[in-house]
Ligand binder design. Sequence first.
Ligand SMILES: [Zn+2]
Length: 362
Amino acid sequence: MRWVLCWLALLGMALPKAEAWSNKEHIQLTRVAAERLMADPTTPADMKQWLARAAAPLLDAAGERDYLLHKQVGLFPRGVDGILFWCTVPDMHAIADKPESKVDPFGVHEGKLHYIDLELFMSDPAQRTYADDLSHQPKPSDIPPDMADPRFKTAGMLPFRIEHAYGQMVKAIRDGRLDDAPGNYPRDEHAAKWAGYLAHYLEDNTQPHHATEDYKSRSYFPGIDSKQAPDIHADMEYRLVDDDRNDYADLRLALWDSFSEELRQLKDPVRTKNLWQATLEVSLISYDALPIIGRAAKIAYPQAGPDGPGRWNAEAFFQYTGQWRGEKLTVLKLKAKQWAWAVVRVEEVWRRAWEEARAGGR
Ligand SMILES: [Zn+2]
């Protein structure tokens, strides 16, 4: 019993900032990226052979649809291996690593590698919190690509982590350590691990709540204690698709249709080849979606108050319509777009890693 309580205490301590996204979503988006690379005639043949092994078992479109509608995964993923297992590991570490533990070469806890709180780079200290009018959003030039800048210790180090995981994936491919195979020491330094890690962080990167200090949209519930306020981070990212108490059948179906449509047409707006800058650009673009999410949250929790959040109206939340980067869209459509963008970025960055390693230069 004591062990259970310790574990719960640890979860309680780490979850508010470290828990990032559901394992189900990471597994699905990562697998869809692999499936799309497999279906692409321009993907290198040896990369396809590796993906077929390292991301197995791959599904067809009907299988993915069924997975989204009905699969329950929870906090402890079962039945996945290779890349699809490794894409869940960063959150496992974020939750389970001791609070004082640090990840090399960043010098921060794993939990701080999943986000960047952009407001902390505003020069005026009074503007280092989220504002609904987006006036506290820094410019790219306000954020230096310098890991030694002490602000990153608080703000989070996602751009550095993505750059690092990419480099590790390239190195593993170049060294011929493609798979997690017995005798292939060091056992956990292989391309399957780093492809999984890289996918995880690239997917986190497209999520608006991973770019702000207001990572649960609490600013939309002023005067409500943090313990009693709704957790909009969970609502936006994973509650819809992996909830023990509800399958949200209609909303999941609408999400699947919207996600499929976005996957067919979405083009990555990020052009730079610099992965650090690209990560920052993705964070800044995703940040623009925070007002629509926060305003939807207020509608979805009409009873929120000092005694608690009250019931979540998922339909009201996801059907709320607002503006994002000049486009009128629902929160559900926004989620579908961010998902599709995550998949496309994983495809692009994995393929680039593969081609760079095979080209032998960097
Ligand atoms: Zn994460």
